[in-house]
Design a protein around this ligand. Structure first.
Ligand SMILES: Cc1cc2nc3c(=O)[nH]c(=O)nc-3n(C[C@H](O)[C@H](O)[C@H](O)COP(=O)(O)OP(=O)(O)OC[C@H]3O[C@@H](n4cnc5c(N)ncnc54)[C@H](O)[C@@H]3O)c2cc1C
Ligand code: SF4
Ligand code: SF4
Length: 449
């Protein structure tokens, strides 16, 4: 909020850096401000357009666990709160199709289907890179089953489940249970369709299906039409039975009680990333504590080689998790995850304290996936001509952790290395101070190699 309102900060959201030319004190940064097809200066963020938009799409912010519309706001607290049209899905942008609903309902007249990208040139004395991270793709460890076993999710997906504004409004349901719930309206629609087809026969032959079917079975009614009617009766009865059974199942669904976090997924693993991702032990503990707050019956395990609680009060937080939230910390590196008949994941691991191979059946597995450099980090490193380290993060000197290999270009947060929010924020302030120091001529510069 403060950033959006600050008179000395110009926010260029939904924009990408294309070029950085010049040198310390005199950079020219070329930025592509992508067309939103909504005029930022007019849009009030009322949401009427999305409400009426007929095109449902997968909600990227909720990691595909919910639906959004082809005109959307990435997330509720985003700054600015302007809506954006996703041209990959909006009907107005598909050949041979038309829509225009959002333009009709927008009272502010903000929709502009002809808007174009703008290429801006920004002059700057120094540049600070804060391009962050992306999460390791857990599919790269096939033995953990992510993408194959439905009740294995990532910690980020689990965060969305825990969130009151998330797809399950803070309830932790298993994806298989959610899918069952979501399949009910479609099944009911098919049942309704089958019922309507029966009504047609009943009208034509002036009999109810219940009167007709015993006569048909007794061989008293013969002919092609009766065959078709009988087939329809059977189809309807099957569907009706299925709807009732599914309704009962859905009514008895409970939230997931047995939860297991698997640590270091893609981190501290010579096959992928040798480094520790720094924040995942703590976010697993946080999520486990919140899950217990939502469901005091939940049984929560955190399985990892060790818990890296490095920070003020972190060890105490870890211990509080064990004492008050009954988190069970299991020392192991998980070998494999399988599933039983009802899609409950089964975790196979060696308990390294007892030196025994064990299996642990749970309702939901949560993978704490590694922090990797974002794709933008690699792209910008090439565009600007910056060195990256062995892991792909911007290279910095240990004695000057904010300075990149190019004078006047600084870095902060996970673009430099994995770190949590307080550390990223502190580093952002340090980077701003470092830039001011260098620009004012009072700081020493690392020499470009
Ligand atoms: C599941 C999970 C839970 C977590 N929970 C916590 C927690 O409770 N507490 C905590 O302290 N930490 C938590 N973290 C860690 C936290 O996410 C990071 O510490 C933090 O996001 C790092 O901030 P950042 O600004 O460096 O990077 P990011 O948050 O990744 O932000 C980088 C931003 O830069 C933008 N960007 C990238 N490239 C470009 C470009 N070329 N042009 C314009 N914009 C660009 C990206 O879109 C992104 O918005 C959690 C992490 C995970 C995975
Ligand atoms: S584009 Fe118009 S209808 Fe949509 S949020 Fe903005 S002001 Fe509201
Ligand atoms: S913070 Fe914990 S889970 Fe994450 S990589 Fe380091 S040790 Fe593994």
């Amino acid at each position: 909020m403060d950033v959006g309102r600050h008179p000395n900060i110009r926010l260029l959201a939904y924009s990408e850096v294309e070029k950085v030319e010049g040198e310390l004190g005199d950079f020219k940064v070329t930025v592509r401000k992508k067309a939103r097809y909504v005029d930022e200066s007019k849009c009030t963020g009322c949401g009427a357009c999305a409400e009426k938009c007929p095109t449902a799409i997968s909600d990227e912010y909720n990691l595909g666990l919910a639906n959004a519309k082809a005109i959307y706001r990435y997330f509720a607290q985003g700054i600015p709160s302007t809506y954006t049209i996703n041209t990959n899905f909006c009907r107005n942008f598909q050949a041979g199709k038309k829509c225009g609903v959002c333009a009709k309902v927008c009272q502010a007249g903000a929709i502009d289907y002809k808007q174009q990208d703008q290429v801006l040139e920004v002059e700057a004395g120094a540049v600070i890179l804060a391009t962050g991270y992306e999460l390791f793709d857990a599919r790269r460890i096939p033995e953990y089953g992510y993408g194959r076993l439905p009740n294995v999710v990532t910690a980020l997906e689990f965060e969305r489940f825990l969130s009151a504004s998330g797809p399950t409004h803070g309830h932790v349901y298993r994806p298989t249970d959610l899918a069952l719930k979501e399949s009910l309206p479609e099944l009911e629609k098919s049942r309704q369709k089958a019922f309507k087809a029966l009504e047609k026969f009943e009208k034509q032959f002036e009999k109810t299906s219940d009167e007709f079917y015993p006569l048909y079975e007794a061989g008293e009614l013969k002919g092609e039409d009766y065959e078709k009617w009988a087939e329809q009766v059977r189809a309807f009865r099957d569907l009706d039975g299925e709807v009732q059974a599914r309704k009962e199942k859905v009514a008895s669904l409970e939230s997931a009680h047995r939860l297991a976090f698997i640590q270091c997924v893609g981190s501290r693993d010579i096959r992928f990333n040798r480094y520790c991702s720094g924040f995942c032990c703590m976010h697993a503990i946080k999520e486990a504590i919140i899950a217990r707050e939502h469901d005091p019956q939940a049984q929560v395990y955190i399985i990892g080689m060790d818990i890296r609680a490095v920070g003020k009060g972190f060890e105490e937080y870890r211990n509080r998790g064990a004492k008050e939230s009954h988190i069970e910390y299991v020392r192991s590196r998980v070998a494999e995850i399988t599933e039983d008949k009802d899609h409950s994941p089964v975790i196979w691991y060696e308990d390294t304290k007892e030196r025994v191979v064990k299996s642990l059946p749970v309702d939901l597995v949560i993978l704490s996936t590694a922090c990797e450099p974002s794709p933008a980090t690699r792209i910008l490193a090439d565009i600007i001509g910056l060195e990256v380290n062995d892991f792909g993060f911007y290279a910095t000197d240990p004695s000057q952790p904010l300075d990149t290999s190019r004078p006047g270009i600084f870095v902060c947060g996970c673009a430099q290395s994995p770190m949590d929010i307080p550390e990223s924020v502190a580093q952002a302030s340090s980077a701003a101070a470092r830039a001011a120091q260098v620009l004012s001529g009072s700081g020493t510069l690392r020499l470009a190699s």
